[in-house]
Ligand binder design. Sequence first.
Ligand SMILES: CC(C)(COP(=O)(O)OP(=O)(O)OC[C@H]1O[C@@H](n2cnc3c(N)ncnc32)[C@H](O)[C@@H]1OP(=O)(O)O)[C@@H](O)C(=O)NCCC(=O)NCCS
Length: 176
Amino acid sequence: MSSLPEKADKYIKTVTLKDGSQAIVRQIRGGDERALLSMFASLSPETVYNRFFKLRRPFTLEEVSKMVYIKAEEEFALVASPTTPSELSIIADARYFVEDNIRAEISIVVQDKWQLKGLGTAMLNYLINIGKENGIREYFVYVLSDNAVMIHVAKKLGFTLRSQSYGISRLDLKVE
Ligand SMILES: CC(C)(COP(=O)(O)OP(=O)(O)OC[C@H]1O[C@@H](n2cnc3c(N)ncnc32)[C@H](O)[C@@H]1OP(=O)(O)O)[C@@H](O)C(=O)NCCC(=O)NCCS
C-alpha cells in the first residue's frame, strides 16, 4: 500500500533559482507518472549516464509508476515543477532510499535545461532536512568520479568522500 497523497501537495515549497526563475518543490504524488516519464524522456545521454551510470533504454510508464507509488518506509521523493508554462511539468526528481531505519541512499536528477541554477542544491538540502524529521541520520550517495558538479554539490552540503573505486565515488553525510 502506498501512503502517497493523491491530491494535497505535501512538503510544498517555492525555490528561487540563481537566474531569478522559480520552481515549486513538493512530495511526489499519485498521478505524477506521465510527467515524470516525459522528464526522463527529455534527458540528455550525459544526464542519464550521470544518474543511472549507464545509457539505459527509455523508461516505460510501468517502470516510472514504481517510482511514483512508493512506500513511505522505503523511499521518499521530491519533484520540482516550473512556475511558468513549460513543455515539462516535472523538471527534477530527488529521492532517498531507506537502507535501514537511520540510513538512506540519495539520488537526484535535474532536467538539463534547469541544471546549474541552484535547484539540485536546494532540493537536496530540503530532502536531507525532511529525512532528518523522519529519523534519517546518515546519507550516502554514489556518484561517477568525473561528475564534478554533483561532487561539488554534495561536498557543499557537508558530504565527505568515503571511497572511490572503478570510477564511482561514494560520499557520506551524518546529520546531527
Ligand atoms: C548533479 C545535479 C543534480 C546538480 O544539480 P544542479 O541544479 O545542476 O546544481 P546546482 O546548480 O544546485 O549546483 C551546481 C554547483 O556546481 C558548480 N559547478 C558548475 N560546474 C562545475 C564544474 N565543472 N566542476 C565543479 N563544480 C561545478 C556550480 O558553480 C554550483 O556550485 P555553487 O552553487 O557553489 O556555485 C544536476 O546537475 C544533475 O541532475 N546532473 C545529472 C544527474 C546527476 O549527476 N545526478 C547525481 C548522481 S545521483
